[in-house]
Design a protein around this ligand. Structure first.
Ligand code: NAD
Ligand code: USQ
Length: 397
C-alpha cells in the first residue's frame, strides 16, 4: 500500500514509518520538524542522539535497500500543498501523528494552550478537508489517546469509543443508541483529541471518509526491531518534565540516581503500550482498512494498566532507586480504577509485549548507555495546572 505518515519524524511516527516500510509498504513521511524546534525552545534534547531526517533516511536505504520519501510541510498551515501532495501521491492510507502531544506543554501558558489548539485542530481539519477535496477513498488512521475517556472510576470496562445508552422516549418506551463515549479531557492537549473525535464523526457521516481512531495509552520503551538496525536509525527518548512520559522518565531517573518523581500518591491508574506493539498496531490498522459506513472505527491501542506507584516500585526493586512523592502539578484524581477493552486489536492479531523485569532492565541499560546526555535540571516538571484547585482548598482551609 502507499502510506503517508504525517508526523513521521516523531517518537511514534518514525518507528511506525520504518515498520510499515519493512512490511512492504511504500512510505512517505510528512513532517514540519516543529518538534525538533520545540526541543530547542525548551532547552532539552532526546536521551538518544537522533540523526537528521536526511541521515535517517539514507541509513534506512543503506540498511534495507528501501526508500522512504520525505516532505517538510506544516499540515496545520499549508493546506494547498497538502492537497497537492495527496493528489500527487494518491495514498491508500494516511497515518496522522502530526500533533502537539504533551499535556504539560499544552498547559504551560496561554501561548502554549493556543498553539496546541491551533496546531492540532487545524492539522486534523486540514487533513479531513483535503482528503474530501481530493476525493479518493483514502483511509485515515489517527493516533488519538485513552485520555479522552477521562479517569473517573466507573465500574465498567472502557468500551472502544462508543457507549450504548438506553433512554425512554416521550411515550415511555425504552430505546437504545450508541453514542461517542462522553469525553472528559484532563489537559488542553487531551481536549484537542476530544475535539478531533467530533471532526472525524462529522466527516465520516457527511463525506464517507474512512477513519480509524486509535485511542492509544502511554507509550514506553524506545527501540523497535527496525530502529535497532543501525545507530543512525535510533528513536527519540524524551525524559524531560514536559515530553517525558512516566515510565520512560522513571527509567532515566533511576539511571542517574534521581528519586523517582511520583506525582501525589501515585494512585493514578493508566493504560500502557510498548513502542514495539504501538508500531504493530498502526500497521494492523492500516492493513485492515476499516470500512464502517458513516461511522468512525475506534480501537483502544493499549495492552495493560498500571498504577503509577506500582511502576515506581517495580523500578525501585530492579534498580534500588528512591521514590519521591512530589506535589502533583496536574489537576487529576489522586487515584482511580481503570479496566479497558482492546478486543479489536487482539482480534487483528496483536500479541501484547507486557512489561517485565527483563524489558525494564533493557530500558535502564539504554538509559545508562547515554547517561552523559542527561541534564538533571530538565527532569522536574515545571508546568502546573492545579493552581485553581490549590487556591480553592487554601480558602477552604
Ligand atoms: P512527537 O512529538 O514525538 O511527534 C510528533 C511529530 O509530529 C513531530 O515530529 C512533529 O514535528 C510533527 N508535527 C507536529 N505538528 C505538525 C504539523 N502541524 N505539521 C507537520 N508535522 C507536525 O509525538 P509522539 O509521541 O510521536 O506522538 C505522536 C502522536 O501519537 C500524537 O498525536 C500523540 O497524541 C499520539 N500519542 C502518543 C503517545 C505517547 O505516549 N507518546 C500516547 C498516545 C498517543
Ligand atoms: N506522572 C508521574 N510522574 C512523572 C510524570 C507523570 O507521577 O514524572 C503521572 C502523571 O501525573 C499522570 C501519569 O503519570 O498521572 C501519566 O503521565 P504521562 O506524562 O506519562 O502521560 P500523559 O500526560 O497522560 O500523556 C502521554 C502522552 C500523550 C498521550 C497520553 C496517553 O504524552 O501524548 O496521549 O500519554 S493517555 O495517558 O492514555 O491519555
Amino acid at each position: 500500500m502507499r502510506v503517508m505518515v504525517l508526523g513521521g519524524d516523531g517518537f511514534c511516527g518514525w518507528p511506525s514509518a520504518l515498520h510499515l516500510s519493512a512490511h512492504g509498504h511504500e512510505v512517505t513521511i510528512v513532517d514540519s520538524l516543529v518538534r525538533r524546534r520545540i526541543d530547542e525552545e525548551l532547552g532539552v534534547r532526546s536521551l538518544t542522539p537522533i540523526a537528521s531526517t536526511t541521515e535517517r533516511l539514507r541509513a534506512w536505504r543503506e540498511v534495507t535497500g528501501e526508500g522512504i520519501g520525505f516532505v517538510e510541510l506544516d499540515v496545520a498551515r499549508d493546506y494547498e500543498r497538502l492537497v497537492g501532495l495527496l493528489a500527487d501521491l494518491r495514498p491508500d492510507a494516511v497515518v496522522h501523528f502530526a500533533e502537539q502531544r504533551s499535556a504539560p506543554f499544552s498547559m504551560k501558558s496561554p501561548r502554549h494552550k493556543r498553539y496546541t489548539v491551533d496546531n492540532n485542530i487545524n492539522a486534523t481539519h486540514n487533513l479531513l478537508a483535503a482528503m474530501t477535496e481530493v476525493g479518493r477513498d483514502t483511509h485515515l488512521v489517527h493516533l488519538g489517546t485513552m485520555g479522552v475517556y477521562g479517569y473517573d472510576s466507573i465500574p465498567l470496562d472502557l468500551p472502544e469509543g462508543y457507549l450504548t445508552v438506553n433512554y425512554p422516549d416521550r411515550h415511555g418506551d425504552v430505546h437504545s443508541a450508541e453514542v461517542l463515549y462522553p469525553t472528559r479531557p484532563g489537559s488542553v492537549y487531551h481536549l484537542t483529541k476530544s475535539l478531533d473525535q467530533l471532526l472525524f464523526q462529522f466527516y465520516a457521516q457527511n463525506d464517507g471518509v474512512r477513519v480509524t481512531d486509535l485511542h492509544q495509552g502511554i507509550v514506553w520503551g524506545t527501540q523497535t526491531e527496525e530502529t535497532a538496525r543501525d545507530p543512525r536509525l535510533v528513536n527519540r527518548f524524551d525524559y524531560d518534565g514536559d515530553y517525558g512520559t512516566v515510565l520512560n522518565r522513571f527509567v532515566v531517573e533511576a539511571a542517574v540516581g534521581h528519586p523517582l518523581t511520583v506525582h501525589g500518591t501515585g494512585g493514578q491508574t493508566r493504560a500502557f503500550i510498548s513502542i514495539r506493539d504501538s508500531v504493530r498496531c498502526v500497521r494492523l490498522a492500516v492493513e485492515s482498512g476499516g470500512r464502517v459506513s458513516g461511522r468512525v472505527r475506534v480501537m483502544n491501542q493499549m495492552t495493560e494498566v498500571h498504577r503509577v506507584i506500582d511502576l515506581a516500585r517495580m523500578i525501585q526493586a530492579e534498580t534500588g532507586a528512591g521514590i519521591d512523592l512530589v506535589d502533583n502539578p496536574r489537576a487529576e484524581a489522586d487515584q482511580n480504577e481503570l479496566q479497558v477493552r482492546n478486543d479489536q486489536l487482539l482480534g487483528l492479531g496483536l500479541e501484547p509485549t507486557l512489561l517485565s523485569t527483563a524489558l525494564l532492565k533493557d530500558a535502564v541499560e539504554v538509559a545508562h548507555k547515554h547517561i552523559d546526555r542527561v541534564d538533571p535540571a530538565r527532569i522536574p516538571c515545571t508546568s502546573y495546572w492545579n493552581r485553581r484547585r490549590r487556591s480553592v482548598s487554601a480558602v477552604a482551609a
